[in-house]
Design a protein around this ligand. Structure first.
Ligand SMILES: [Zn+2]
Length: 105
C-alpha cells in the first residue's frame, strides 16, 4: 500500500484544543481501540486515532472514541450508505415478519 491522503476528507473542523482533547480521549480509553468487532468483542488494538462517534461538530469527549488505524479507516470508508452493514448482528435472524402474518395485539 502506498500512503497518501486522498482528498481533504480529514479536514473537518477541529477545535483549537483538539490535540489536548485527543490525548484525553486516548488516555481515557487506555490507548485501546474501542470499536466493537462483529463478534461483539472489543477490538483492543492499540489506538492512535480519535474518532467522532456521531458525525458533526460535537467535539465533546462523550462523542469521541479511540480507534486503531484499521478501524478508523474502516469506519471512515463505510460512513454513509454502508453504515448499517457492520452494525448488523452476524447471527442470521430474519427481522421482517411474514407479510401474511398478523400478530394479534
Ligand atoms: Zn480496532
Amino acid at each position: 500500500m502506498s500512503g497518501g491522503w486522498a482528498g481533504s476528507a480529514r479536514a473537518q473542523q477541529l477545535p483549537p484544543d483538539w490535540p489536548r482533547r485527543r490525548a484525553r480521549v486516548l488516555a481515557r480509553d487506555g490507548y485501546r481501540c474501542r470499536a466493537i468487532t462483529e463478534y461483539d468483542e472489543r477490538c483492543t488494538e492499540p489506538a492512535d486515532e480519535v474518532d467522532h462517534i456521531r458525525r458533526g461538530g460535537d467535539h465533546r469527549l462523550s462523542n469521541l472514541q479511540s480507534l486503531c488505524a484499521w478501524h478508523h479507516g474502516k469506519k471512515s470508508a463505510r460512513e454513509g450508505a454502508h453504515a448499517a452493514r457492520l452494525a448488523r448482528p452476524s447471527r442470521y435472524r430474519p427481522r421482517e415478519p411474514h407479510p401474511g402474518e398478523i400478530t394479534p395485539s
